[in-house]
Design a protein around this ligand. Structure first.
Ligand code: ATP
Ligand code: MG
Length: 423
């Protein structure tokens, strides 16, 4: 127990964190390109926020939340998604009083869901998410889809599919819900317990159910797209016009409805096709009534969430390698008698912005070189008897074994020169 992380969680090891940092950098610049700025909200919120915001007919709220009572008897919940917290923050700080839209993103936000752990499904995962508050135009929806698509294709992802749908608004969805219920009524016995339970209040859920039985039964269900009101239809057409202009391939899939209650109009998913089946890396959509539902002004909004672990998984699956930076530019090796001189040299190198280290484990000179090799340091800098006597240091290209002995004060410059040559 003591040495085992809780089920469904994963460590990011020091040897692999560069992969996360690489993604973070790409995600930050993708968001910044479109004017999104970072927001950081707490890991837990009042449970009520999710019950109200995410919706109490969703899987997330019904089954997946990590809810606990704190010592002051408040019911708190670890964030099961990013949007509700962002919306709460937007409201609490009255950001709606500024010029709109208000564009924000969160990076590596930990998300907690009590799900059955399996490949690509964790109990703690991390999301990169964007939210755009106060923009009703379809250009905002399209901008987000494009941002996610470009980000992933710039990372080298090949088998990417963009699926879009519109699930209408409170004007047109009730009519559709009626038709869907009529369709489902005859098939109710075959649906899973969850779908049966949600049939009255949220029949749309059945379209999103992952159970093969339910999926087969809803295959020929009526499409929301046939029931859209004029406003929703025009919005959906404009979204498509934007996507066509940007020349990104997309598919309309009327069974994409997303797992959260707050969506209106646009919903979308970015999916990759893997050996094990489809993997959703990014999901989002428009939520025009969430802000007012939380007690704020009636403001439209749109956003998405992208699972970082899934992005990493799909990069692995497609054999895309993230470049691993070497741990050091130079490794300082020394004879035991010159430990302090070696320490001074490491400090001098670091003060010049050079990533340097030395042995801290009383290794022999030979073992130090072996260790230096292991770290992947391209260059070594050695202080032996001769060097100590003459105030010099011997710099060596670890691969070609080419050596140069230079005065101590030139060490940094020579290291960087030889490091470049070693690349
Ligand atoms: P799924 O259909 O796979 O259950 P979802 O609709 O529940 O996904 P969202 O709530 O839209 O997912 O979350 C956005 C993204 O976060 C997903 O597209 C996915 O990349 C990632 N994600 C969601 N749940 C998990 C999880 N349990 N483990 C890892 N990543 C996840
Ligand atoms: Mg889910």
């Amino acid at each position: 127990m003591l040495t085992q992380a809780p089920r469904g969680t994963r460590d990011v090891l020091p040897t692999e964190s560069y992969r996360w940092q690489y993604l973070e950098e790409k995600m930050r610049s993708a968001a910044a390109l479109a004017g999104y700025r970072e927001v950081r909200t707490p890991v837990f919120e009042h449970t009520e926020l999710f019950a109200r915001g995410v919706g109490d007919t969703t899987d997330i709220v019904q089954k997946e939340m990590y809810t606990f009572q704190d010592k002051g008897n408040r019911s708190l919940t670890l964030k099961p998604e990013g949007t509700a917290g962002a919306a709460r923050c937007f409201l609490e700080s009255s950001l709606y009083a500024d010029a709109l839209p208000c564009k924000m993103y969160y990076l590596d936000a930990p998300i907690f869901r009590y799900e059955a752990p399996q490949s690509g499904r964790l109990r703690e995962h991390h999301q990169f998410g964007l939210e755009c508050f106060g923009a009703q135009d379809a250009t905002a929806d399209a901008e987000l889809i494009l941002l996610a698509y470009r980000l992933l294709s710039d990372l080298g992802v090949k088998n990417l599919r963009v699926k879009i749908n519109s699930i209408g608004c409170p004007e047109c969805r009730p009519r559709y819900n009626g038709k869907l219920k009529d369709f489902l009524a005859a098939r109710l016995d075959g649906l899973c317990e969850d779908c049966r339970n949600r049939y009255e209040r949220n029949p749309l859920r059945a379209l999103d159910c992952k159970k093969p039985n339910c999926q087969a039964l809803v295959k020929d269900a009526p499409s929301m797209l046939d029931e859209l009101c004029d406003e929703c239809r025009t919005h959906f057409e404009q979204l498509q016009a934007c996507l066509r202009t940007a020349q990104i391939p997309y598919e309309i899939d009327s069974r994409i409805v997303r797992g959260l209650d707050y969506y209106t109009k646009t919903v979308f998913e970015l999916i990759t096709v893997t050996k094990e089946g489809n993997l959703t890396v990014c999901g989002g959509g428009r939520y025009d009534h969430l802000v007012s539902q939380l007690g704020g002004p009636d403001l439209p909004a749109v956003g998405f969430g992208m699972g970082i672990e899934r992005v990493l998984m799909l990069l692995d699956g497609e054999g895309i390698r993230i470049p691993e930076p070497p741990q050091y530019d130079v490794f300082v090796t020394y004879m035991d008698a010159y430990r302090i001189q070696a320490f001074a040299l490491v400090e001098a190198l670091r003060s010049q912005g050079i990533r340097a280290d030395m042995d801290h484990c009383s290794r022999s000179l030979k073992a130090q070189f072996k260790y230096a090799n292991k770290t992947g340091a391209p260059v070594s800098a050695t202080i032996g008897e001769d060097e100590a006597e003459h105030g010099t240091v011997k710099i060596k290209d670890m691969r070609t074994r080419e050596e140069r002995t230079v005065p101590l004060e030139d060490a940094g410059q020579t290291v960087m020169m030889m490091r470049k040559e070693a690349e």
